[in-house]
Write a protein that binds this ligand. Sequence first.
Ligand code: GDD
Ligand code: MG
Length: 381
Amino acid sequence: MTEAILLVGGQGTRLRPLTSHIPKPLLPVAGVPFLTHQLARAAAAGITRIVFATSYLAELFAEEFGDGSRLGLELEYVTEEVALGTGGAIRNAAERLRSAPGEPVLVFNGDILSGLDVAALRDSHVASRADVTLHLQRVADPRAFGLVPTDAEGRVRAFLEKPQTPEEITTDQINAGCYVFTRSVIDRIPAGRNVSVERETFPELLASGAHVRGVVDDSYWLDLGTPAAFVQGSADLVRGRVTSPALPGPTGESLVLPGARVHPGAVLSGGTVVGPGAEVGAGAVVDGSVLLTGARVAARASLSASVVGRHAVIGEDSVLDAVVVGDGARVAEGNELPPGLRIACGAFLPAHGVRTSASPAPCTAQAVAHSGVPHASSAAH
Ligand code: GDD
Ligand code: MG
């Protein structure tokens, strides 16, 4: 198995406003665009050629990774004018594959941080002569995922995407977003229209008696789709709880990138990342957080499990817990912000949260909708 299709066309809605200008897979995680970790792992497992299935902010992927030679990979980019859904994207990208009909092809979601042994998944697929083999994980709360019950031999019995009622939750095994397909099975997905691999392709394969297998693997696994998961994944990489050949420094309590300035009287902990050109002032305490390029945390501010966007500013003595601050936003001194809050790109939060006008900094339509005084948010899930 030398070829893969990478699904990176989603809009990263749950990570707005961070994803207003950067697609989720390119957000910096532990100092490098998130995908770098996954691509390095794929290369280490023997993958040599990857077709990116892009749609949202498509051109940024090629700008970042080019032809892939820097990572020892050959990369190609396919762009959907209108998003085709996960199955449609796989079918569309398959036009560029070179593998023969009987050969295995890796397909993976672009927002998963995992320690999966990809070579073992391939070996299991080949040995069992399956049509598709899915990586499965066990999770405590499977509601945000696809449920995949299997029988004693590992054959998939059903596929239920995003269960709605307690009765539907019949297993704790979920689709972990990484598959080995036998190439000819991809070619059977209808072309030229929106197809969900989870809601349409997998259920249809099961109904037609195809051999679909699930392999449960309990290595590290995280879907970085929410702000909480995003900071967690970054911190876990920095602290070495999951390994990546792409980590740009030694593991430890923090990762301070070149050009960042951290006052000797500041305390960084919990896998915090201080991005290039970012600044942390005297007496500030930053725990398990991500400061993106050029972000500024003033003296005595206290942050935990938060993300500060590019060139955003956190004023002196502010307290942020699980807050997402969009690019270029400013939080004036002395604010205590509650968990789950999201502040739009370019917004200004005055001292003690008294409403004045939002700053005129550039924002996308989505970001404008969130601007002004920050909204209590849906960051909880
Ligand atoms: N090219 C392309 N086109 N890619 C897409 C499209 C599309 O129309 N829609 C989604 N993607 C990409 C996303 O960028 C992401 O990498 C992947 O497909 C999955 O989309 P998400 O939006 O992250 O889905 P999810 O997390 O809600 O659910 C999926 O992943 C779970 C595991 O994390 C499903 O596959 C679930 O079954 C699974 O449990
Ligand atoms: Mg996801």
